[in-house]
Ligand binder design. Structure first.
Ligand SMILES: [Zn+2]
Length: 233
């Protein structure tokens, strides 16, 4: 087998190993990223605190309304109880009762606002619970799929590493050194296949004698333009 073919195989393996390693790194980063769940949890905590606050405010206004109603009942009882005969006193009680009625009506408006605010806060809390549940489900699903992919990639990586070792054995250390230098300097592509009589990477066309020596000889032939090792199938 020609050295160029071995190097071409090595390059294919190395490229795939590089892709797999990058993807495995990406998967690990994604698996350890719990920011979406954390964000949903924070939102829920905020919604819960808000709902708690609105419940307290509603309870407070309800108590206030109730207290004023009791107060007005007492005033009404005194007013119509028949025990108080003094007209001035009765007039004061009448005025107090009417003032309380107005105040209660005003408090009831506030109570209605508090009820609406409470309901809105409860709905927001329910939505936040739902959103958290949903994102947890999505993340679990994505993670399961990524773990499956990770397992497969790790198996591929083991196989490729064995294949790489085998190809390594059949390449001279001089060629290997050349290959590694070229990969460093030529954006990862050290070996270029010959297609349509030219270099598939830079497009340089090759003379028939170049093509013949690429096919026939066991020494490495380089592209006169980009300097890559040429390989013909
Ligand atoms: Zn070239």
């Amino acid at each position: 087998m020609s050295e160029a073919l071995n190097l071409y195989r090595l390059q294919k393996i190395d490229t795939r190993i590089h892709q797999i390693t990058a993807r495995l790194g990406e998967i690990d980063r994604k698996l350890s990223d719990d920011s979406r769940v954390k964000r949903a949890q924070n939102n829920l905590e905020k919604a819960q605190a808000q709902a708690r606050q609105k419940r307290i405010e509603l309870k407070q206004i309800e108590d206030k309304v109730e207290a004023q109603r009791i107060k007005r009942k007492t005033t009404q009882a005194a007013l119509f109880g028949g025990k108080i005969k003094n007209p001035k006193e009765l007039q004061d009680l009448q005025m107090e009762s009417e003032a309380l009625k107005r105040y209660i009506s005003q408090l009831e408006d506030e109570q209605l606002d508090a009820m609406i605010a409470n309901e809105e806060a409860e709905n927001a809390e329910k939505q936040a619970i739902q959103a958290l549940k949903q994102i947890k489900g999505t993340v679990a699903e994505e993670n399961a799929s990524m773990l499956g992919e990770k397992n497969k990639l790790e198996t591929d990586l083991e196989r490729l590493t064995r294949e790489r070792d085998a190809v390594f054995q059949s390449v001279s250390s001089k060629a290997l050194h050349l290959y590694q230098e070229l990969r460093k300097n030529k954006h990862g592509t050290a070996v270029a296949a010959v297609t349509e009589g030219g270099c598939s990477i830079c497009g340089q066309s090759l003379t028939p004698s170049d093509l013949q020596s690429i096919r026939a000889s066991n020494r490495l032939v380089f592209c006169p333009t980009c300097g890559r090792i040429l390989f013909a199938e």
